[in-house]
Design a protein around this ligand. Structure first.
Ligand code: ADP
Ligand code: ADP
Length: 224
């Protein structure tokens, strides 16, 4: 396969970031997560951070033009020449159109849209117990994936915190926004023939091995 251009889709808490960490190791691709990029900008107090801060805190979506610029800037870097993993983008039909057009103009296209699904009660349990590290946003769960030392990241030793938007009221709003604005993209990628669905209620290891198997099959098909 010439390029591996992946997008990770699914409701908040389905396990996109958790799987992305594994896929980055498997395929050595650059990883662009719009949520991580926004949280870093907010904590650094950049222009982007100042605009996005109140919107993210409310569980709403940051304007499409801003997000498209953020992503296209990264896709155009040399490190993304052989492929990339996008997480949290596109999240609206408009973002998907801009991405498709921009890739098309560059003679590129998406290879696969990985959709990770999980039932709502499981999603709420996951988001309520999620912790991330302040240094690199590595993901943990107080019950399902605890760190070796309480409150400390296994990978970089930094402090673990709860995201501001992982509070019950904001979780509910984010789920509603997902259904209204992001779910319609599923049909788009289904029509394009690049959608692959995964049962996110399985263990992280099982979800990972299913995704890997699917990507291996796609790579084989591309060679034939
Ligand atoms: P989760 O993985 O839990 O769904 P993210 O970390 O991807 O959450 O995103 C956190 C927040 O950042 C979103 O609720 C939204 O406010 C903002 N955000 C992230 N990606 C986008 C995007 N593509 N478009 C608009 N807003 C976004
Ligand atoms: P997303 O990026 O889709 O918002 P995350 O990868 O951040 O989701 O996962 C949300 C929470 O659920 C985290 O606390 C993570 O440790 C936990 N988690 C992720 N995948 C699983 C899984 N398959 N089973 C149980 N918990 C999981």
């Amino acid at each position: 396969m010439a390029e591996l251009n992946l997008i990770l889709m699914g409701p908040p808490g389905a396990g996109k970031g958790t799987q992305a960490e594994r896929l980055v190791d498997d395929f050595d691709l650059p990883y662009y997560a719009t949520g991580d990029i926004l949280r870093a900008a907010i904590s650094e107090g950049t222009e982007l951070g100042k605009r996005a801060g109140p919107i993210v805190a409310a569980g709403e979506l940051v304007p499409d033009e801003l997000m498209c610029d953020v992503i296209m800037e990264r896709i155009d870097t040399p490190e993304a020449e052989d492929g990339f993993i996008l997480d949290g983008f596109p999240r609206t039909v408009r973002q998907a159109e801009v991405l498709d057009d921009a890739l098309d103009r560059r003679g590129r296209s998406l290879t696969v849209a990985i959709l990770i699904e999980a039932p709502t009660d499981e999603i709420i349990r996951r988001l309520s117990g999620r912790r991330i590290c302040v240094e690199n946003q590595h993901v943990y769960h107080v019950e399902f994936d605890p760190p070796k030392v309480d409150g400390i990241c296994d990978q970089d030793g930094s402090r673990l915190v709860q995201r501001d938007d992982d509070k019950p009221e904001t979780i509910r709003r984010r789920l509603a926004v997902y259904r209204e604005q992001t779910e319609p993209l599923i049909e788009r990628y289904e029509e394009q023939g690049i959608l692959r669905r995964f049962d996110g209620s399985r263990s992280p290891e099982e979800v990972h091995s299913h995704i890997r198997a699917t990507l291996a099959t796609l790579a084989l098909e591309a060679e034939i």
